[in-house]
Design a binder for this molecule. Structure first.
Ligand SMILES: [Zn+2]
Ligand SMILES: [Zn+2]
Length: 375
């Protein structure tokens, strides 16, 4: 099921300020609070949904990630279903009347491990051809000594007698039933009398793992790869989280990428443009021969079909657009000067008629110009 947009849930615009987000959330939370809507599953869903949206949008860092990457950017909060820690901001809004209503911490039992993020920089060529690379990930993994139980070999954890393994205790507090993290087992639901020495009873230890990551050809800057199950190990042998590899592509000295197309500039001497001629156009794979037609203007854009970037999902390749630019020699030899003087005399005198600059034309980028030409 696809998740709803957090701004939509709270009914606020994307540029809403902190105060607007807070009051939108307060209104929704009071309206849909489970204690006011006994047995209404829809209300409880909306209540949780609003709490989750608020937890992300009220945190500047998480909000920025969400704005950039959507739900996946904050998926360590969202991936494992509803996370009770999203109620962390509850008290400062409601002045503590709800207490830690949903426990505010762990509920006992196995939990899914966190998702991890790894930033990987690759070269432009690697992004064009695809690359297989090894990355080192330090992460929490299930402890090998105690097989994740946290108890020393030969002993087993026992169910917490204070919460009967639930990890939380319920109290009646006036109008509300309040759940608190169990003080005896701190939410794990278990008591470990003889902790494992390797992991000190945590059940997980930090390990550095080398993983081989296959980057598909055509990947672009800012894209991410999800590697299922390679995040942190879960607690009490719960499932592992996922690893997200965020790709950063270093810019190329010569080519620029726009979608799956490439663009570059080719400097040419004026006679080549005027007379036409064969030139070598650099491509990702080497060079391509190209015939410049007679009378070509400086700034003309040409296209080499299928010489752009490969599509990351395997749907062919983009095109290469190159702009020819006339270069003016800075130093002239005697012969060159003489030849140019002859040419200058033979050409008609330039007539320049000023006309107003067209701001719109100026703003068109190269690809728009190309679209005009090639349709
Ligand atoms: Zn251990
Ligand atoms: Zn307990």
């Amino acid at each position: 099921m696809s998740k709803r947009d957090y701004y939509e849930i709270l009914g606020v615009p994307k540029n809403a300020g902190d105060q607007q987000i807070k009051s939108a959330y307060r209104k929704l939370a009071l309206e849909h609070h489970p204690d006011r809507n006994q047995g209404n599953a829809g209300a409880e869903e909306r209540f949780k949904e609003a709490a989750e949206a608020y937890a992300i949008l009220s945190d500047g860092d998480k909000r920025a990630k969400y704005d950039r990457f959507g739900h996946a950017g904050v998926s360590s909060q969202a991936g494992a279903g509803f996370d009770p820690s999203t109620f962390a901001g509850f008290e400062d809004i409601f002045g503590g009347i709800f207490g830690d209503f949903f426990g505010g911490g762990r509920r006992g039992g196995p939990e899914r491990g966190s998702d991890l993020r790894f930033d990987l920089e690759i070269t432009f060529e690697e992004s064009a051809r695809g690359v297989e690379t090894a990355i080192d990930i330090p992460r929490l993994e299930s402890c090998e000594t105690c097989s994740g139980s946290g108890a020393a070999p030969g002993s087993t954890p026992t169910t917490c007698p204070q919460c009967q393994g639930r990890g939380q205790q319920r109290f009646q507090q006036g109008f509300f039933t309040v759940a608190r993290t169990c003080s005896r087992c701190h939410g794990s639901g278990r008591i470990i009398s003889k902790p494992c020495v390797t992991c000190k009873g945590e059940g997980r230890t930090t390990k550095e793992r080398t993983l081989t990551v296959k980057i598909p050809a055509g990947i672009s800057d800012g894209q991410r790869l999800r590697i299922s199950g390679e995040g942190e190990g879960g607690s009490q042998n719960g499932p592992s989280g996922d690893l997200y590899v965020f790709i950063e592509v270093a810019p190329h000295a010569f080519f620029r990428r726009e979608g799956n197309n490439l663009a570059c500039e080719i400097p040419l001497n004026f006679p080549t443009l005027a007379l036409g001629g064969n030139i070598d156009v650099p491509t990702l794979d080497g060079h391509d021969a190209f015939k410049v037609p007679e009378g070509t203007q400086s700034g003309t854009v040409f296209r080499l079909r299928g010489k752009g970037m490969p599509d990351v999902s395997g749907r062919g390749r983009g095109d290469l657009f190159f702009t020819v630019q006339a270069v003016t020699p800075k130093k002239l030899s005697k012969e060159q000067r003489a030849a140019l003087e002859v040419l200058a005399k033979a050409l008609p005198k330039e007539k320049f008629e000023p006309r107003a600059r067209n701001a719109e034309e100026d703003e068109k980028n190269i690809f728009e110009k190309v679209k005009d030409i090639f349709g």
